[in-house]
Design a protein around this ligand. Structure first.
Ligand code: PEP
Ligand code: MG
Length: 835
């Protein structure tokens, strides 16, 4: 049976609607509904009988739990946390029962008036599952003890503190390395839902229902943080133990706590409006622009509802449909990480707090769509305001869920993510498919918190002609949207909120670069011939028909690498032979008679193709990738070879095998090619070459050269495997450098192997576009270079200034250097004419 509950004012003052609090977190009811009191008194009293869940360490806020699990937050003044406790005196202890009207906290009203942003004191229902506010007594002066809110409870409200059974609480410490983020929060919520008891977790001045993953995340608990777990109800003791054991188990993410000699966990980063971030160059260049993230077009919703029952029904149906959709996707997902993310989405979709908040708004006459959006955004904002990048990441998950439900509610067709033209795209990390949805030239630059310089996302960014910086750290996530930025990818720096002088200097450099590029572009179609008369074909790496067009426009002498996996990255079904033939033909036609090296599908590692589900591999970079995958799927290989043979009359082309480590792999592909040619009755076969991107291939270069038509050195992977450093690992990003003498040694060995059979060698990894590396690569024996189209004109210009004999001497000296820093210093001196 529903009961009525009156909450009384904790203070003398003026009781206003919560929407009038000058802080969106409260005004938009992100933490819950309530009232805002402008105090004239200086003692905070209990608004009802309750238990003290926690007093914030800065003594300015207190959370209480009352009958029926009703949870309240009383927050004295706004931004008063910064007073660090000064001016507050606490009269109660955590876990203490208090009677309505009992003193909780006294405060120095004058000090707060002088130092706090506002005296407004929100009284908020942070956990009110099963309750509805039936009246706000606002717009009037109140004395402590007079009514401010009237509530009714849906049955549970009639439970008094005594009636809900025993109450237990205990302290625990969070052992999870990344804190209580989405996935563990979802597991805790699932565990709590298995008990009748009300379980809550609290920290500082806040306590939230453990059944709500979103509310749990909004506590912002990080590794090593202390929290209070409380359970009340018939099976409270068992619930408390189960939830505590789950959290304390670390859920597979446990990390030992720092001893006093170890540094404390990093504090959450505050918004970063000025300063400099250092990253690793993934694509050179300079850009000025405003910070932006990929956003999707807003789905329009109407605010007014068509009746409470109707709106509740449509919202429930939409959420149920989305849950089913997520469950279906999770069932078909073989990748453990993606499955875990879907599980987090599923737990958000069942979050009782999200529903409670949406239903409250529906109760106020809003439409289901409007209420859902407001509820999700409220929580998203609360997570963002924690300033913890890991929690900020989960905002994307929440907004994704918001969108799925709105699409289900409105029937609107979802379109891909959008970004304002000329922006600098910021992201934690990106998926290749996300970048591929953007037109080239749309963004001025790209900076990611994680990632590696030769990761495929970096390659795609470079192909778009955008300067790109990766591994710039979590500060990237703290940059507000719209902040002015200078991205100096050449120097590996990004300035946030630069001053006028820095902006002017950057503009000048941009203008000088533009002049240099224009001069190079004007003669880009001319061959690149060294001063001593050696012609060096400069080719483009391409991944689409549009790239082929850009390559021709940039003056490329052909394509030294068509990454065929990029042609069909974002789709669920494997491309059939006809589709592939059409694409290869289109690429050849765009390049109008210039030669194209078609690389066979290189799927695996950081290039997942949804249509080729991979089994969970402990270490995908060392797993079934490239030619290993093709040889395990003979039909896939046959379809691709047949498609290439069918398109081959459209222009000169050759075929290249990725990730070769053994001679047998080349032989097997040749046999498959001969079989395809026999079936099709094809005449002359395209040349078959190998990529040298494993140390094994470099070591057997002589044997491979005996049977391969040509070599192309993939320095991205050769560096990764040669140095045993993951090309996508941000921590190592600066060290994964193809100019390391160890990698140069592998390149030299490959060139020698090729030379013994007179096979041509090209370089198609990122190193080919690095001006410091160009003379060394030519000096080691590379005869062609293949790179992003945008780098072709300036590389041709550089080659025209080189002398091959000098390059050879320079390369020999580079091989003798002790480390990559020494090689780079030598390369700088060579370019400046000092040696
Ligand atoms: C390389 O490894 O250098 C290369 C060109 O191949 P990808 O970057 O596509 O792996
Ligand atoms: Mg490679």
């Amino acid at each position: 049976m529903d009961a009525e509950l009156i909450l009384v004012s904790p203070l003398d003052g003026w009781c206003a609607p919560l929407a009038e609090a000058p802080d969106p977190v409260f005004a938009e009811a992100m933490l819950g509904d309530g009232v805002a009191i402008d105090p004239s008194g200086s003692v905070l009293h209990a608004p009802c009988d309750a238990v003290v869940v926690g007093v914030h360490a800065a003594r300015h806020a207190i959370s209480l739990r009352a009958a029926g699990g009703l949870e309240l937050l009383l927050h004295i003044g706004l931004e008063t946390v910064s007073l660090g406790g000064e001016g507050f005196e606490v009269h109660v202890a955590d876990g203490q029962s208090v009677r309505q009207g009992e003193r909780l906290i006294s405060f120095d009203l004058d000090l707060l008036a002088a130092r706090a942003r506002s005296l407004i004191t929100p009284v908020v229902l942070t956990g009110a599952e099963g309750f509805a506010i039936t009246r706000h007594f606002t717009g009037r002066a109140v004395r402590a003890g007079e009514p401010i809110l009237q509530l009714t409870g849906g049955g549970v409200a009639s439970r008094s503190l005594a009636a809900i059974g025993p109450q237990f609480s205990r302290q625990l410490r969070v052992p999870l390395a990344h804190g209580l983020h989405a996935r563990p929060a979802g597991r805790v919520a699932d565990c709590a839902k298995g008990f009748a008891a009300e379980v809550s977790l609290g920290r500082g001045g806040r306590s939230v229902s453990a059944r709500s993953p979103v509310a749990l995340m909004s506590l912002g608990l990080r590794h090593g943080d202390e929290a209070t777990l409380t359970a009340a109800g018939p099976d409270a003791e068992a619930a408390l133990e189960a939830v505590a054991a789950l959290i304390e188990s670390g859920m597979g993410e446990g990390k030992p706590f720092a001893t006093s000699s170890e540094p404390a966990a990093a504090a959450p980063s505050p918004p970063l409006s000025s300063g400099v971030l250092r990253g690793v160059t993934a694509a050179p260049g300079l850009a000025i622009g405003r910070a932006a993230r990929l956003v999707r077009r807003e789905i329009a919703v109407t605010e007014a509802g068509q009746g409470i029952a109707h709106e509740q029904a449509v919202l429930s149906a939409a959420v149920a449909a989305v849950r089913a959709e997520i469950a279906e996707a999770a069932a078909g997902e073989v990748n453990a990480t993606r499955r875990a993310i879907l599980a987090a989405h599923a737990s958000f979709a069942e979050d009782p707090e999200l529903f409670a908040q949406a239903e409250r708004l529906i109760g106020e006459g809003k439409s289901g769509a409007f209420a859902w959006r407001a509820a999700v955004n409220g929580f998203a904002e609360a997570l963002r305001s924690l300033g913890d990048p890991r929690m900020a990441e989960r905002v994307d998950d929440l907004l994704d869920l918001e969108r799925r439900v709105l699409v289900a509610l409105t029937g609107e067709v979802d379109v891909g993510p959008q970004i304002a033209e000329g922006s600098i795209l910021l992201a934690d990390d990106l998926l290749p498919s996300q970048l591929m949805g953007l037109e080239a030239g749309r963004i001025a630059g790209l900076c990611t918190a994680r990632g590696g310089p030769t990761s495929h996302v970096a390659i795609l960014a470079a192909a778009m002609g955008a300067p790109a910086l990766v591994a710039a750290g979590p500060g990237v996530l703290a940059i507000p949207d719209g902040a002015p930025l200078i991205l100096d990818a050449d120097a590996g720096l990004m300035s946030v909120g630069p001053d006028a002088k820095a902006l002017e200097a950057a503009q000048l450099r941009l203008a000088t670069r533009a002049d240099r590029r224009a001069a190079a572009q004007a003669v880009a179609a001319e061959p690149a011939v060294t001063r001593d008369g050696v012609g060096v074909p400069v080719l483009a790496n391409i991944g689409s028909v549009a790239d082929a067009r850009a390559a021709a426009a940039a003056g490329a002498d052909g394509s030294g690498l068509l990454r065929t996996e990029f042609l069909f990255l974002d789709r669920d079904t494997a491309p059939d032979e006809d589709e592939q033939a059409a694409q290869y033909r289109a690429v050849l036609e765009e390049l109008q008679g210039r030669p194209v090296v078609i690389r066979l599908l290189d799927v695996g590692g950081d290039k997942a193709a949804p249509y080729l589900p991979q089994t969970d591999e402990e270490n995908p970079a060392l797993g079934v990738r490239g030619v290993r995958l093709l040889l395990r799927r003979p039909q896939l290989l046959q379809a691709q070879l047949r498609a290439i043979l069918r398109a081959a009359d459209a222009g000169p082309c050759s075929i290249m095998v990725p990730m070769v480590a053994r001679l047998g792999e080349l032989r097997a592909v040749r046999a498959a090619l001969e079989e395809a040619a026999r079936d099709l009755g094809a005449g002359a076969l395209p040349e078959l070459g190998v990529m040298i991107e494993t140390p094994a291939a470099a070591m057997i270069a002589g044997q491979l050269a005996a049977e391969a038509g040509f070599f192309s050195i993939g320095t991205n992977d050769l560096t990764q495997y040669g140095l045993a450093m993951d090309r996508g690992e941000p921590e190592l990003a600066a060290e994964v450098d193809g100019l390391d003498p160890a990698v140069l040694g592998l390149i030299a060995a490959s060139c020698q192997g090729a030379a013994s059979y007179g096979r041509p060698v090209s370089v198609c990894g990122g190193l080919a576009a690095d001006p410091a590396a160009v003379p060394i690569l030519l000096g080691l024996g590379a005869q062609r270079l293949s790179m992003i189209a945008g780098a072709v004109p300036e590389t041709k210009a550089q080659i025209r200034g080189l002398d091959l004999a000098a390059c050879r001497a320079h390369a020999a000296e580079a091989l003798r250097q002790p480390d990559r820093e020494a090689v780079r210093a030598l390369a700088d001196a060579f370019r400046n004419g000092a040696c």
